[in-house]
Design a binder for this molecule. Structure first.
Ligand code: ZN
Length: 435
């Protein structure tokens, strides 16, 4: 554990500390952010006392990415919620988001330090320790993920940055430099398993004993995870953050039962009903959209920010001793389809289909027939077969039946030959949308 005193602190003690930080953060926001002065003022809140403590946070309005973006102008590229003096900023990241319109994430030195610390706790939860080697595959320069790379130094790892798009160089580095761990997106991790197998390279026999995945959901789903673990001969754990709030906020421990909040003390997590915005209790087994609030941020702190990540919560004691709550991400609002009233996440479809390995390769592509989110059943799904496996109508039927049983969605699986669906060295797009 990187920070045992903090990470094992009883959660009720953390809540007391967070409550004080939250009140100070609110007063800071009201003093420095024109955006929140207006937004909260319209709500009758002009001081932290008006708002109450963390227990009452659910009464305050949510913050949407779109409303932040609307306040951005060429003169004010950060929008009206920038709280710090321009000279106090030490880094500015850009995120493209799903809309493709860049937004800028400014950080003070303190913000950057807290980002790196939270990220270091999250990655250290995987079991990597000082003195080990880690190979990374993010082309992270301008992107928020860049901050995560500094967390490897903080842990004391020997970091070998390789970047995306050069698989041969990556595999050569693994062979020659013998890293203990690799960090990459789950899609790229899956692609490498196939790439190595096709070339007769013994990836499970490599030095890599831990694979740390992040950047998209899926690394925590049992069938997909076991495919990666078998292909790498390594333990797979996942991490997750969101650019606007922080990088690698959450990191999974060796118990592999969800990602702990590594950014505890810096960020407060809530759950809401994604359709109505109504607060749901953040308790064991609960599910909903994750909403995050900065507790000690300086440059552009966010209050009740809608992440659009759909998560399941675990608060039961964890064998690792960390007391922070855990989440598993089941998908993002932006990827979701609604098939006759049923919410369908592409990674959940991949997970169910992955249960048919070794007859399937694990790659799927949802092919909605209509533009937009709402679809009429059955939903066409291309399912890729494993190498050398022939299309069998009985298998397609079994996949259809299991998808209906597990996800209550009617699909029309189409079996396609191995290698016919696109692979990604970064993040996979599991939906082929109609435009
Ligand atoms: Zn744990």
């Amino acid at each position: 554990m990187l920070d045992p005193d903090v990470e094992t602190r009883p959660w009720d003690e953390q809540v007391v500390l967070d409550d004080g930080a939250y009140r100070a953060q609110l007063d800071y926001l009201l003093e420095h952010s024109a955006f929140y002065r207006d937004k909260l003022g319209a709500f009758g809140v002009s001081s932290a006392d008006d708002a109450g403590g963390l227990a009452q946070i659910g009464r305050l309005p949510l913050t949407e990415k779109g409303e932040l973006r609307e306040t951005c102008t060429p003169e004010s590229p950060f929008g009206t919620h920038l709280c710090a003096a321009p000279g106090a900023l030490v880094r500015i990241y850009s995120t493209s988001g799903t809309t493709g319109i860049p937004s800028y994430v400014p950080l003070t030195a303190g913000d950057l330090d807290r980002w790196v610390l939270g990220s270091a706790r999250s990655y250290a939860a995987s079991g990597v320790v000082a003195g080990e080697r880690i190979v990374s595959t993010y082309n992270a320069g301008p992107f928020v993920a860049g901050a995560a790379l500094a967390s490897f130094d903080r842990i004391g790892l020997c970091h070998i940055p390789i970047g995306t798009g050069n698989t041969e160089r990556l595999v050569a580095a693994i062979g020659l430099l013998r890293p203990d761990a690799a960090v990459l997106t789950p899609s790229y991790a899956a692609h490498l398993v196939e790439w190595a197998a096709e070339r007769g390279i013994d990836l499970p026999g490599s030095s890599v004993r831990r694979v740390l995945v992040a950047g998209e959901p899926g690394g925590g789903e049992p069938a997909f995870r076991s495919l990666l673990e078998a292909g790498w001969g390594a333990r797979v754990t996942e991490a997750m953050g969101i650019g606007d709030i922080g990088v690698s906020l959450w990191g999974e421990c060796e118990a592999q039962d969800g990602m702990h909040l590594g950014a505890r003390g810096h960020v407060h997590a809530e759950l809401i009903d994604p359709d109505t915005g109504v607060v749901r209790s953040f308790r064991d087994g609960a599910a909903g959209e994750l909403v995050l609030t900065h507790l000690r941020h300086e440059a552009a702190p966010l209050l009740r920010f809608r992440t659009r990540d759909h998560v399941e919560v675990r608060t039961s004691p964890c064998s690792c001793g960390r007391t922070a709550p855990r989440i598993r991400c089941v998908g993002r609002t932006d990827d979701m389809l609604i098939v006759r009233g049923v919410n369908v996440f592409p990674s959940a479809v991949r997970e169910v289909v992955g249960g048919f390995a070794p007859r399937v390769s694990g790659s799927v592509l949802l092919r909605p027939r209509a533009p937009g989110v709402k679809q009429e059943p059955p939903l066409p799904v291309s399912v890729e077969l494993a190498p050398g496996v022939d299309a069998d109508p009985v298998l397609a039927e079994a996949i259809r039946d299991r998808l209906r049983a597990v996800l209550t969605v009617q699909t029309q699986p189409e079996l396609v030959p191995y290698g016919s669906l696109p692979r990604s060295e970064y993040k996979s797009n599991l939906v082929q949308r109609q435009v």
